[in-house]
Design a protein around this ligand. Structure first.
Ligand code: GLU
Length: 471
């Protein structure tokens, strides 16, 4: 085993706080979290807030909130990149001292003149070559300067990427990038490397829109003599039509999925499968995902969002969840979605109803709709279809049923023969009787089974609702 493999795994998620947590960012965070957690490693969070104009505390909070909802806990405090700026400047000066960077006094005009001359000479690209690269410090003027990396001019830089494979970049295409601006502030490219090094990051797992940056960043590692992390650049998420994901396809913010009532476990499962595979496994727990997740299972082509699959997995997670945990999540959902919260009595009834409403609900909204019978209070309002099921004949049948329910013991075994008998006495099938019962008990035509509803709400409430409906 080589030394790099023996190091404990440290991954990180490094969002720029300029908006909400995008679903692609959520997946990047999830992959980093799974990789670290599955190996007893650390998962760190760094807020890349150096762009002072665009970074806001609200955006940082929205990102943290999205991560919390997804259940992606990070180790230690989130690091602010901006707060590390003195350390970044220090490293730029260390590069100067090592001779891997230099002070450049060229002005914007000098650079424009250089480019124009290159273009006139027919160069296809004009990488700026500073005259200060090898200048004698004795000749330095007393003027503002930037610090530039002394990047290799020949040869190639190879990114050994765990997803993209061996990516080769010709050094001639990379300029001596600026690492410290004339006002002493670090550039993004320097800040990322210094922070990753200082945070002990061993694996950089991020979107493949950063693949080009990796070549430049690798040069900074080399310039400082630091260990290069394992790179894994993951393809972006596309819409169902294969085009770059945009709002036109549906929700792009993690928070939107939360308020639409998707369970976090289903979302985690779906996002894990989005661009990563473990054989034919579709439904799995986070524990299994942690055990199975590896970089080798990440595909090279962009993953397409598939809302049907998301819903399907979410339905399976709702059905498989423990009732108490589910109730807790539903209450959190109601609060996040600014919906009416449960009263103590409703919480009690929902908890009793859970066994018959959690199957085949793809979201908490669907589950709450199925649980309507347990949450409404009298008089139960009926929608048009339910109203239609309560015609005069049906109301008459309900009237003959109610007295029979007064004394029967309240179990399915005892209730079943009574309903069957009433249906037979009126020459109708059980289905014909169930429709007005559903309408009376829930105000809907699609509900859990009539028996389940009656058992959950109890004898008195059942009889009262049937009387209300019978008129
Ligand atoms: N802050 C960058 C972004 O939000 C990520 C940088 C990185 O992961 O190295 O895209």
């Amino acid at each position: 085993m080589c030394a790099a493999e023996a190091k404990p795994v440290v991954t990180r998620f490094a969002p720029s706080p300029t908006g909400y947590l995008h679903i692609g960012g959520g997946r990047t965070a999830l992959f980093n979290w799974l990789y670290a957690r599955g190996r007893g490693g650390k998962f760190l969070l760094r807020i890349e807030d150096t762009d002072r104009e665009r970074s806001t505390p609200e955006a940082t909070e929205a990102i943290l909130q999205g991560l919390r909802w997804l259940g992606l806990d990070w180790d230690g405090e989130a690091v602010s990149q901006f707060e590390q700026k003195d350390r970044h400047a220090e490293v730029a000066h260390q590069m100067l001292a090592r001779g891997t960077a230099y002070k450049c006094f060229s002005t914007q005009e000098d650079i424009a003149t250089f480019r124009a001359a290159q273009e006139a000479a027919g160069a296809s690209y004009a990488v700026f070559q500073s005259p200060w690269r090898d200048a004698d410090p004795a000749s330095y003027p007393d003027l503002p300067y930037v610090i530039r990396m002394k990047a290799p001019r020949d040869g190639e830089t190879v990114i050994d990427d765990q997803v993209q494979g061996r990516v080769v970049i010709q050094n001639a295409t990379l300029d001596d990038m600026i690492v410290l601006r004339s006002d002493g502030t670090p550039t993004y490219m320097l800040a990322v490397v210094v922070d990753d090094h200082d945070m002990g990051v061993t694996h950089v797992i991020r979107g493949d829109d950063h693949l080009n940056n990796a070549a430049r960043q690798q040069m900074v590692y080399d310039a400082m003599g630091w260990d290069i992390p394992v790179w894994a650049h993951i393809p972006l998420i596309h819409g169902p039509d294969g085009k770059k994901l945009s709002k036109r396809h549906g929700a792009t913010a993690v928070g939107d999925y939360q308020v639409q009532g998707y369970p976090a476990a289903g979302m985690r499962n779906y996002l894990t499968r989005l661009g990563w595979a473990h054989g034919n496994d579709e439904f799995f727990t986070s524990q299994q995902a942690m055990e199975w997740f590896d970089l080798g299972g990440i595909g090279r082509s962009p993953a397409r969002l598939d809302f049907k699959k998301l819903e399907n997995l979410c339905g399976q997670h709702i059905a498989a969840a423990e009732d108490a945990a589910l109730l807790h999540e539903i209450e959190a959902f109601l609060a996040a979605a600014h919906m009416e919260l449960l009263t103590d009595a409703q919480r009690d009834l929902l908890s009793r109803a859970m066994y018959c409403v959690k199957d085949r609900a793809k979201t908490f909204l669907e589950l709450i709709e199925k649980a309507r019978f347990a949450l409404v209070s009298r008089p139960v309002s009926a929608d048009a279809a339910a109203e239609a099921a309560l015609d005069t004949v049906s109301r008459g049948i309900l009237k003959t049923l109610t007295p029979r329910l007064q004394t029967v013991s309240w179990t399915k075994e005892e209730l079943e023969p009574i309903l069957t008998e009433i249906a037979a006495a009126h020459g109708i099938g059980f289905g014909k009787l169930a429709a007005p019962l559903r309408a009376a008990l829930a105000g809907r035509t699609a509900t859990p089974s009539v028996y389940d509803m009656m058992l959950v709400i109890g004898r008195d409430e059942t009889i009262s609702r049937l009387k209300d409906a019978a008129g």
